[in-house]
Design a protein around this ligand. Structure first.
Ligand code: ASP
Ligand code: MG
Length: 445
C-alpha cells in the first residue's frame, strides 16, 4: 500500500486536479491519497480569519467573494457536463454558505477560525471524489476529522489515529483500492476542529503511512525533489537523489521549505521510505528519504531565517552545571525551542527562531546573569555524512566562509549536520560561497 500526498500547487486548478486523478488511477495498487487545499486557499482563509478577528466584516466578505468566484470557475472547468456541475457546485457552495454565515455572525472565536481553516482541504477532497465518480472510478473518502487527532500536548495521537483509520478502512466495500483523505486537518484532544500547522498535509501523509505501515509515502510537489541549495538564492541547484531520514529532518527543520519540519519523524520511527516527487514531471526520480544514503558526501545546504542569538554570562554565584540547567529551564518554561548552542565555563550562547528575545524570557535570564541579544541572523545548515572520522568536510566549509563573518558554529549534535550562524544580510553570499566550494565541481545527485 502506498500513501500519495499532493500539495496545493498540484491541485491548484481543474486541470491540475484532473492530472492528479490520472496519476492516482494509473496503477492498480492500493493507495491512500492525501490532498492539500488548492494553492492560495489556506492563505485566503487565514486572511478571512484575521479580518474577522479585527471586526472587519466587509474585508472578510470581499476575500470570500473572490475565493468563491475562483472555485466557481474551476468547478465549471472540472465538471463540463451541466448535471455533474450542478451536483459538484451544490457541494462546493455548501462551504461558501457556511463561510458566509461565519462572516455575518456577531461573534468570532478561535474555534471558528479553526473551522474556517479546515474548509480548504474539505473542498479539494470533495471535488476530487466527485471528479473520480464522474470518471467512473471507485474511490472512498476517509474523513480526516474522524481519525486524525492530537493529544493534550498537541502531538499526533498515533494510537487513536491507527484504530480509527483502520476502522474507517474496514468499512469500505471489499476490494476498494483508492482512498482519498484531507491533509492538515484534525481534531484536538477535546474533539474540537484543529490542524497540524501550515504545511501540515505532509505530516498527515507520514502519519497515515506510518500507522498503516505503508510500503512507501510519496510527497508530490511542484519541484523535482529536495535540492542541494535554495533555488531562490542560488542558480544551478540540483536535486539530491537520496537522503537519510536524519539528513532530511535537518534540512526540513533548518529551512528547506519543501517539507513540513516534523513530518519525517513518524516515517523515521517506523522505517517507511518517503519519496519526494514532482507532479509536473512524474517520471523524474525525485528524492528518496530512507535509512540508506550515499556515504562520504555533503548533500545539501539550507537556511533558516528570523533567528535571534542570546548570550547569557553567569553572574558567578552559580556553578557551571546549575547555571546551564537554569538557563534551559527559562526557555522550557516559556515553551521556546532552542536551535544552536555554544558554551564556555561562564557563558552560554544559543539561538531561537524569533525576531527578538521576548521580554518575559529576558527577565527570567537576567536573574542568572548578563544578557546580550543579537537579531536579524540566519542559520545556515550544511547536511551530509558528517561522521567525525570523515576528514576534510569541516575544513571545506570553513574555507568557503573565509570572507564571511561567522557568529556561531555548531557541530557534533548529530552525525549529519554542521550549522553556522551568520547575519541575515550575509545569507545569500554564504549560500553561494558554500555552493561553489562544496558542489562546484560535482553536485551530489
Ligand atoms: N493547506 C495547508 C497550508 O497551506 C496545509 C498544506 O497545504 O499542507 O498550509
Ligand atoms: Mg507543502
Amino acid at each position: 500500500m502506498k500513501v500519495m500526498k499532493f500539495g496545493g500547487t498540484s491541485v491548484a486548478s481543474a486541470e491540475r486536479i484532473s492530472h492528479v486523478a490520472d496519476l492516482i488511477t494509473a496503477t492498480d495498487e492500493v493507495k491512500i491519497v492525501v490532498l492539500s487545499a488548492m494553492a492560495g486557499t489556506t492563505n485566503a482563509l487565514v486572511e478571512i480569519g484575521h479580518q474577522l478577528m479585527a471586526h472587519h466584516q466587509h474585508e472578510a466578505l470581499t476575500i470570500l467573494t473572490k475565493l468563491k468566484h475562483k472555485y466557481e470557475a474551476e468547478t465549471r472547468l472540472l465538471f463540463p457536463n451541466p448535471q455533474s456541475y450542478d451536483k459538484a457546485w451544490t457541494l462546493v457552495n455548501e462551504t461558501f454558505f457556511f463561510l458566509e454565515q461565519i462572516c455575518y455572525a456577531e461573534s468570532f472565536t478561535l474555534f471558528d477560525e479553526k473551522k474556517i481553516l479546515a474548509r480548504g482541504e474539505l473542498l479539494s477532497t470533495a471535488m476530487m471524489l466527485r471528479h473520480l465518480t464522474d470518471r467512473g472510478v471507485q474511490a472512498i473518502g476517509l474523513p480526516a476529522l474522524e481519525y486524525m487527532r492530537t493529544d493534550k500536548q498537541a502531538e499526533p495521537d498515533e494510537g487513536y489515529i491507527r484504530t480509527h483509520l483502520e476502522e474507517l478502512i474496514s468499512r469500505a466495500p471489499e476490494g476498494t483500492r483508492l482512498f482519498i483523505t484531507e491533509g492538515y486537518i484534525c481534531r484536538n484532544a477535546f474533539g474540537d476542529i484543529d490542524n497540524l500547522q501550515r504545511g501540515g498535509s505532509d505530516y498527515t501523509a507520514t502519519l497515515v503511512g506510518s500507522v498503516l505501515r505503508a510500503d512507501e509515502i510519496q510527497i508530490w510537489t511542484d519541484i523535482d525533489g529536495m535540492h542541494n541549495n535554495d533555488p531562490r538564492y542560488v542558480d544551478a541547484t540540483r536535486p539530491v537523489r537520496r537522503l537519510h531520514f536524519e539528513e532530511a529532518s535537518e534540512l526540513a527543520y533548518f529551512g528547506a521549505k519543501i517539507l513540513h519540519p516534523t513530518c519525517i519523524q513518524p516515517a523515521k520511527r517506523h522505517g517507511i521510505p518517503v519519496r519526494l516527487l514532482n507532479t509536473m514531471e512524474p517520471s523524474a526520480p525525485g528524492t528518496l528519504i530512507s535509512m540508506d544514503t550515499d556515504k562520504d558526501m555533503i548533500k545539501a545546504v539550507s537556511a533558516k531565517d528570523n533567528i535571534t542569538m542570546v548570550r547569557v554570562r553567569s553572574s558567578h554565584q552559580l556553578s557551571h552545571w546549575s547555571f546551564i540547567g537554569k538557563v534551559f529551564s527559562v526557555f522550557e518554561h516559556h515553551c521556546i525551542p532552542i536551535d544552536m548552542i555554544a558554551s564556555t565555563e561562564t557563558s552560554i550562547s544559543l539561538t531561537i527562531e524569533r525576531s527578538q528575545l521576548p521580554s518575559e524570557v529576558r527577565r527570567g535570564l537576567e536573574q542568572l546573569g548578563t544578557v546580550e541579544e543579537e537579531r536579524e541572523l540566519t542559520i545556515i545548515c550544511v547536511v551530509g555524512d558528517m561522521e567525525w572520522e570523515n576528514i576534510g568536510f569541516e575544513a571545506q566549509i570553513l574555507k568557503a566562509l573565509e570572507e564571511i563573518p561567522v557568529r556561531m558554529i555548531s557541530y557534533g549534535g548529530s552525525d549529519y549536520n554542521l550549522s553556522l550562524l551568520v547575519s541575515a544580510a550575509d545569507k545569500r553570499r554564504t549560500l553561494l560561497a558554500l555552493s561553489r566550494q562544496l558542489f562546484g565541481a560535482a553536485c551530489p545527485g
